[in-house]
Design a binder for this molecule. Structure first.
Ligand code: F6P
Length: 548
């Protein structure tokens, strides 16, 4: 059984949602609060150490009931089971989507192509944990007998963003190992890394599911050459390990079989941090914390799989996105973590969400006649407040936002935390309430401004408000809670893909640029080439003149 292929616009519930939209379009979020004194109770969820408040949105329970009805009509229940049970829901690549199998709380058999993948998962985990323990304890030696002190992860996209975001997010839990990520094919990025590494004490992790990615292989080859200028060939096995599903290519590169952490095609790159791709995380924080990260994700998986839709956090948040995307025609969504540790969560989610749901063709192969994937952006709060919040508060666009914060700081409690949290609450309040004419006038008159000054400044100081947000308030930034948070977004992506009738787990859209770059690269060394459009032709010629 594969996923339903129904156009959501054909549903009765979709029509009812359109009527609901028309009926309430003039209503403000604050009107909903005045109408229903129990709104916060009915539009918030407490789960584990997560408190999710979605009451500051342009909808009510009637809207949410219609949205969940639509999800049921589109077969979301069956889709969730298909996803967890390893049905090949990634049809265009003929693959199952089983990152959830990597974090089962009570590991059960999951059969893919006639084989139970669960024992394999346990075996790779053991390989990862044994290796991490050896490196962390100093028992894994570099070629001159020194312990490893620096780990360089070479990978891009899903083989970089997830591990980089999580190691940064869990910095508080990290050990003595220094972890560096190199992703860009730009030689300057690599040159800066080379400046910092010592060939005697550095371990290089080449992370590439396909082991064909230009950026990763170029960086790995250059680092290998650099390394061999400082060490004999026999030292490669002490300093280079690989994570890949392409054993043949890894062996061709010269990495010993015992230094390869396998990966499977049922784990998509952007969902792979839970697999051997997370080896840098495991090294940075140790197996115990890595295991907690997996457990947190496993708990969220269970919640997602078992909670009724109206109490299901990923489902509700996904439906709220669909509501704004398809009925309010909103284009973008901001993610604002009030934690500097999570500063790269928006960048990580950009790949996870936009590579998954940035699709314009439905599961029947037809162009869609409605909006799909939204544009994701953001930065940490409070920094963002001093950058782009002006537009969020007073610009012409509505930008629904997720505000993510942690109640308990990791370091000793101090006055910074209260200041941070007051900002965290104040922003969603300001976005919703705004500031009306009367209040602005009173404020200015209290400040002693003249009537003429008040009149001149008034329009600029008014905030319309009525701008929606979700608040995800979590007890503390622990590995387990981080795992739950990431899994929440993964499932939200899945739900949105099901509703929009698109395939969320392929990424054909990144191929064309790769193909053309390969063609252009060849032309840099040719005298004659005239097969490009005039603009690109001109750019190539310009580059050839300036090329050193
Ligand atoms: O180009 C997109 C992509 O395929 C991503 O989906 C993936 O995460 C990234 O490239 C890296 O791929 P690989 O792990 O095979 O090097």
């Amino acid at each position: 059984m594969t996923l339903n292929k129904q156009n959501p616009l054909s549903l009765k519930s979709w029509k009812l949602l359109e009527s609901n939209f028309k009926k309430n379009v003039q209503k403000k979020i604050t009107d909903y609060f005045s109408e229903d004194p129990k709104r916060v109770e009915s539009l918030s969820l407490q789960w584990d150490s997560f408190y999710v408040d979605y009451s500051k949105n342009l909808l009510d329970l009637e809207t949410l009931n219609l949205l969940t009805k639509m999800a049921r009509e589109l077969g979301l229940n069956d889709a969730i089971e298909a996803y967890f049970n390893g049905v090949k829901i990634n049809e265009t690549e003929d693959r199952a989507v089983l990152h959830t199998a990597l974090r089962q709380l009570n590991p059960k058999s999951i059969i893919v192509d006639g084989e139970d993948i669960t024992p394999k998962i346990q075996a790779v985990k053991k390989q990862m944990y044994d290796f991490a323990n050896k490196v962390i304890s100093g028992n894994w030696k570099g070629h001159t007998g020194k312990a490893i002190s620096h780990v360089v992860n070479i990978g891009i996209g899903g083989s970089d963003l997830g591990p980089a975001m999580v190691t940064e997010a869990l910095e508080f839990y990290s050990n003595h190992l220094q972890i560096t990520f190199v992703s860009n094919v730009e030689g300057d990025h690599l040159a800066e890394v080379i400046k910092k590494v010592d060939p005697e004490t550095t371990l290089f992790l080449i992370v590439s599911k396909t082991f064909t990615t230009q950026e990763t292989l170029s960086n790995a080859n250059t680092l290998r050459k650099w390394f061999l200028n400082h060490a004999p060939e026999s030292a490669i096995s002490n300093h280079f390990v690989a994570v890949s599903s392409n054993l043949e290519k890894v062996t061709d590169f010269g990495i010993a079989k015992e230094n390869v952490f396998p990966m499977n095609d049922w784990v998509g790159g952007r969902f792979s941090l839970w697999s051997s791709v997370g080896i840098s995380i495991c090294l940075a924080v140790g197996p115990k914390h890595f295991e907690d990260l997996l457990k947190g994700a496993g708990k969220m998986d269970q919640h997602f799989r078992t909670a009724v839709f109206i109490e299901n956090i990923p489902v509700i948040l996904a439906l709220i996105t669909v509501w704004y995307n398809n009925f309010w025609e909103v284009e973008t969504e901001a993610i604002i973590p009030y934690s500097q540790y999570l500063r790269n969560l928006p960048a990580y989610l950009q790949q996870a969400i936009m590579e998954s749901n940035g699709k314009g063709v439905d599961r029947n192969g037809k162009s869609v006649d409605y909006n799909t994937g939204n544009i994701i952006w953001g930065a940490s709060g409070t920094n963002g407040q001093h950058a782009f919040f002006q537009l969020m508060h007073q610009g012409t666009k509505m930008i629904p936002a997720d505000f993510i914060g942690f109640a308990q700081p990791l370091h000793k409690r101090n006055d910074h935390q209260d200041k941070l949290i007051s900002n965290f609450f104040a922003q969603t309040q300001a976005l919703m309430q705004g500031k009306n004419e009367e209040t602005v006038m009173k404020e200015m008159s209290d400040q002693g401004k003249s009537p003429a000054q008040i009149e001149a400044l008034l329009p600029f100081k008014i905030f319309e408000g009525n701008r929606p947000s979700n608040t995800l308030f979590i007890e503390q930034l622990t590995p387990s809670n981080l795992g739950s948070l990431i899994a929440l977004y993964e499932h939200r992506i899945f739900v949105q893909g099901v509703i929009w009738n698109i395939f969320s787990y392929d990424q054909w859209g990144v191929e064309l640029g790769k193909q053309l770059a390969n063609k252009i690269l060849k032309d840099f060394d040719k005298e004659e080439f005239d097969h490009h459009d005039a603009s690109t032709q001109g750019l190539i010629q310009h580059y050839k003149k300036l090329r050193k």
